[in-house]
Ligand binder design. Sequence first.
Ligand SMILES: [Ca+2]
Ligand SMILES: [Ca+2]
Ligand SMILES: [Ca+2]
Length: 580
Amino acid sequence: MMKQWSSRRSWAVWLSCAALVIGLLAGCSDSGGTSEQEEAGSTAQTGQEQGQNAGKAESAQEPGREADTSPSESAQAEVDEQPSDVYYEIFVRSFYDSDGDGVGDLRGVIEKLDYLNDGNPDTIDDLGVTGIWLMPINPSPSYHGYDVTDYRAIHPEYGTLEDFKALLAEAEKRGIKVIMDLVVNHTSTEHPWFKEAAADPNSPTRDWYVWAEDQGKKPTGSSAAGSGTPWHELNGAHYMGTFWGGMPDLNFDNPKVREEMKDIGAYWLEMGVDGFRIDAAKHIYEDLMSDKGEATTAKNTAWWQEFRSRMNEVNPDAYIVGEIWDNSAAVIAPYLDKAFDSGFNFGLGESMIGAVTNEKDNNLAFTLERTYGLFSKVSGGSFSDAAFLTNHDMNRVMTQLNGNLDHAKMAAGILLTMPGNPFIYYGEEIGMRGAKPDEQIREPMIWSNTGSDKGQTTWEPLKHNRGDQVEGVVQQTDDPGSLLSRYRTLIAWRHEMPALNRGTIESFASGNESVMAYVRRTNDSKALVVHNLSGKEQRVELAGTSGGDPFKALAKTTDDRAALNGSSLTLPPYTTAVLE
Ligand SMILES: [Ca+2]
Ligand SMILES: [Ca+2]
Ligand SMILES: [Ca+2]
């Protein structure tokens, strides 16, 4: 994935980058380090931080409203395309149960692959995703799995290595890539490495962890992940656990830890895994609040470059996406330099939800255009963005939207016309709801409201997704007006239009604040995406607003009443359309 794009840079983009870096760095003041204690069992993080960040993100974008100063206008010959897949994030425990114990498992995922993508481009009753991200599947004492006890095995409740290999094979048949969560910042306290280390200060794995007394450090300071004190007392000593006492941080200054983690990555790639979602990527060395800064980032990225380099020996096309929980592009950027293909774009998620909630354009394309200029430069043209509305650590988007189906459809419309790899959190496509605590944003996938599906998982009682709160897959599947149908339609557009699939993005001034518009452009095609975010019919006058060739045809629309008369585009309420 990295090769063919690597040297494609235009001079215009290069020249604009110096200014971009300065501008983006200026906007990167505080990075929400408190957002990340989820698997620590903390329920402290609520919509508050997200709300604050959303405001920040929007105001940062305002300057773009006036003038379309697209750097690509003068350099359309070469754009940095972003090869893309649509990924679907699966919490295996909640997805589908193959053996009747109420707990989702890998055989259950296999049974539902046809729902995700049946491998037949002619059928349209499947979602059409081309990648899945499995949340942790290794053995763990916790229901969520983010504290691992064996990095080379499968959680017994989820199945066996043979089941996993079968899943890889069945997914490949259907053109679905499989990436898995890799949680290496910390292990479980139940991991044999840690049990030995804690029991005996002279054990071979003692130095695999960070002990204050051994390293001559004072067990003071506060966690960079916002979980209070990161030091936890055990057998007369204190170990580092940035997220939670049950998750002791590994010591990446120990070469044996580095070798072990590279071996583990290689092990899964050799088995056929297509890549990794890297948990807590910036916390490898950012343990304490006082660690934050460029020197720590440099140590983090040096480690991830070393990891990447080893993965390239097994599969240079492996896709690696990092969880670097920060809204600032300047914080993400260093990780795209020969380390990760993508960093999840947390700020974009908030911008998308903000725009549909307020029914107003916030010109997020303006920010992306500049962000991508920076990412393109630092990655040598090899990055792809990773857009998402929400993930397993956030209140579900339908809950954030107060159950507004029109808004949910518009959010999907923006997400699935973004550059790079959009990620869908399981159940988002049917409007599943959920709010913290964490178990309640990870409730069982709703296959049918009648409870008639034998594979329905039941490990967690439904608080937000009962039959009177959300319609199941079976209830939505044949309804052209359902949210599920909208997701299918939008993903199908991506498969049909190269500009939507791998184009870059340029802001487009629609002259109408209820309309969000942007151009997606590849080196030989382009498309204009237009969203009417409001509940009223809107018009956009295209004449004089676009550089280069005008857009002449309505290629796609979610509402047949949309019309292009000459250069005048009319969009019914809550409509997404694409022009060529
Ligand atoms: Ca099961
Ligand atoms: Ca199909
Ligand atoms: Ca760490």
